[in-house]
Each structure stands twice: as structure tokens, then as C-alpha cells.
Design a protein around this ligand. Sequence first.
Ligand code: GLN
Length: 554
Amino acid sequence: MTRPKKSPTQHKYIFVVGGVMSGVGKGVASSSIAKIMQSRGLEVTSIKIDPYVNVDAGTMNPTEHGEVFVLDDGTECDQDMGNYERFLDRDLSGANYMTTGSIYKTVIERERSMGYGGRSVSVVPYIPLEVMGRIDRAAALAKAEVVITEIGGTVGEYENILFLEAIRMVKFKHPKDVLVVLVSHLPIMNDENELKTKPTQHAVRALNATGLQPDIILARAKYPLDDKRKEKIAFNCNLDVEDVISAPDVSSIYDVPVNFESDNLGNLILRKLGMRPRAKDMKEWRAFAAKFHSAKDAVKIGIVGKYFASGKFVLADSYLSVIEAIKHAAAFAGVKPEIQWLDSGKFESGAAADLAELDQYDGIIVPGGFGSRGVEGKLAAIRHCRESKIPYFGLCYGMQLATVEFARDVLKMKGANTTEVDPKTKYPIIDILPEQKKLMADSNYGATMRLGAYPAVLKKGTIAERAYGTGKISERHRHRYEVNPAFVERLERGGLVFSGQSPSRRLMEVAELPRAVHPFFVGTQFHPELKSRPLRPHPLFREFMKAAKERGKR
Ligand code: GLN
């Protein structure tokens, strides 16, 4: 590859890599850099590269890898993609996500179909070339002036080495258009509160060994960096002191872009990329971020699920979008959300004394899930919410189970169930539709999931229609089972309202109880949490929060 005389590129590249250790907020840092570039009036897009051999995130266990995020086009991807969408308020596509597996798959398939014309296809340059091609395609698709690419993993490990090679090759081709940001971590030893810089120095040496030099270091740490530490990093890593940005822990991730801008990161990036200075417009974002600190009244939200030895940290990661959607709605309502994980196991007995625990909450959510463990406990919790008029919001499985509960307890269909739990139930309220059954029989499991955005129409005057303020919506899905059309009429006659349906009316998308019966009892077959944005909280989360706030006043 030769260097073009004049760079034909229309976009600038920012690469975000991690040093020292994972889990220090590289995704939030990447999202925040994207946000501040966008607030400078630039068209921006964000890419995530995951070093896994998995072709997409659909097969990854959420308790290991975090939530599986779903895009409009049905791409199952890393939760960082959700952060990009939330910070940028843009819908991204599969073009913005790649894994080692997906890249190799493309290269191998191209090779098999003689796409390389008989050449021997070596890992370098062909794997990095595929990565580069995808970055440019995603940038072109978004008409982006700046494309921010986050490399998963940590510098120095084997699995992302080819991605770093791709950065080197992009930089070789467009020397003036590439910026490398290293997100590092400064640990604290003992209780002297001294932030240690040595691991960062090692990370930079490891990056140097790949032919790359960071242009900016974001120093993540418990506390802000003092000048001495900044100077030490700058001197040992060949940087100016101003290139070392202090990124201390914050209580809300939405503060990060604001903090970056008060450190002048926007100007620094523009200057380093040879772009003219531009005014920033962060007023709306700043006002939103400030709401997290000003809200005083707490609203208690319980999330009921099967929590098996996973711990709080893992839970927060597995249901990241649900938590963020709650936060957006709470900021909108001017309240402070207090989220509690409630293990459905403890409601399994159905004992009134156990269920009474739910009464202290202002709202209950049953989020998405798979399999039969914990289902009876969720059903008991849903019944209690319905009977005690506690605001209830069911997301996907939470909607399916609310429908089952209604059939069992209101329509007296004893043993009603989803066939996911009881394939032989007399009342298969939730079932696989025949068209999907055939795909299952052919072992085409991937294709049996309803994935990505599907349209729905809403019934006039319902909670859903009023919340959205429109009769036509599009929402993201990730599930196999559906409300069984054979039971819809009986359920509706009994009082459950299917306020959202597919345009063909075959698939039930939203189930609710009328407001006259219950302050808020709504379930969605789709995942509304995937489309909630900080400045545009999801309409149904907004309504749920309003009902919860109302209950909080009691
Ligand atoms: N297990 C249910 C299904 O496959 C619900 C899935 C979900 O909640 N995402 O239909």
C-alpha cells in the first residue's frame, strides 16, 4: 500500500484504545468524544470492534458479556453500541459493528469465491484491510466527517493486535487525519491516595511496540490527576502535559462529555486533527446532565428477574438499557430513581407475606428473559402488581408473562402458560407461531428470532397511543414466542387491551389494562428500552415513571 499524495479521505479518524485493564469506561469515553465532536456541529458516527470470534453478540451470555443490544436492522451487538446511540441520538446499523469472527468470515468467504484472484491471503494485510474498508463504508454511509472507532480489549493482549495494525495502516495512508486516544487507568496504592502512573507508561510502551503513539491519554482514576502526575505521564510517554486529560470517576455517565469539554478536549482534538475551531453547543445536554444532581424526590423501582449468583455489578450490565431508560424518564420527571433488583425466586411460593415486599415500590418492571427458571415467581409478582395497583411495566418476557397471568387468574384458565415453559399446557397463551415452528424444525435457530425494528399500529385512546402521540410506531424486537392469536379474542373480552398490534393484526405488540382499572399496567412485546435517548426518553418509560412518581406521593 502506498501513501496517496493528497489524502482523498473526506473524514477524520479517531481511534480509542484501552490500556492497563478493561472495564474502566472506554465505551463511555468513546461515546463522550463522539458527543463533543457532534456538539461542535460535525457529523459523527461511532464504530465498535469486538475482539471475539463470535460473529455477533447474539450468542453471548449476558452475564458474561453484558446486555445484547439490538439495532434497527436486527444486528445483535455489544452494549457500547447502545451508549453510542444514546449519546449521539442516532440510529446505527450493522455497518458500525464488527467482531474478529465477522471480519474473518467475510475474508474467508471472499477467498472461497476467488475474490482474491488466486493470491495467497495472509492475515496481514488482508484482515486489517477488511477492517479499514468497513470503517470507511460506515463513515460513508453516515456521511460522517469524523468516525470514532473503539477497539475492544486492552493494548498488549494478543486478541486485538490486528486492529491496532489496522490503525497503523490507516495512519500510514492518512497521516494527518488520524488521532489515537488511549484510555488508561491509574490505580491507587494503600491509603495515601497516590495515583500510580507506571501501568500507563507500560501500556504506552506496549502501544509503541505496535507502531502507534497515543496523541491523547485519558487518565481514568478515582480522583482527578494533579499536575505532578500529568507531567510524569507526559514526560514518560512523549506527550505535552495538555494531552493528558484527567478523567475521574463520576456519579453519572452523562457528565463525562461536559467534563471533557471543561478540560477543553474538543479544541485539543480539533487542533490535532487540523480542523478549524468550532463553537460548541451543549446547552441541552448540560441541562439534562444537571437534572441528575438536582432531583431530590426518590422513586423506587423494583426489577424482578431470575438472578442466579450473578451479583449486582453483573445485573447492572445485563440490563444496561433498562437502567438507562429508567434514568432518562426519571430525569424528565424530575425524580431520582432508586433501582432495586428483586429475585423472583422469593415470590415463587406466592405467599402474601413475601409479595407484600413489593408494596414499598413505586413501580415494578419485569424485563426480558429466556427459559423457565424463576417464571412462577415473576407471575406471582405480576399478579400482585395487578391486584394491588402497583405500576407495572413488562418488557418482552414481562409482557408475555403478564398475558399468561391474566389468562390464569382473571380468565381462570388453569395452567395457562407459554410453551417456552410448558410445551404441553392446555392453554398455550404464548406460543411459537407455525411459520417459526417450521424454521425451528430445520434447526435454523438464528432465523427463528424476531430481531430488529418492526412496525406496529396503536389503538386510539389507549395508554400506548396517548403516550406516543401517534398511531404508528416502530420498535426493536428480540424474541421467539408471540401471543397466540387463538386466545386474543378471549383475552380482550376478559378486559386485557392489545393496544399495539402488527399492521397485519396477527402479532400482539402492546398489552395494557385500561386506566380506569389500573394506574399503569403495560407490557410490550418489543424492547422499548433500546430506543430511549437521554433527551428523548421513551414515551412508555416516561408514562411508567409518571405513574410511579404519582404512587410515590402516597
Ligand atoms: N423468551 C421470550 C421469547 O423468546 C422472551 C424473550 C425476551 O424477553 N427477549 O419470546
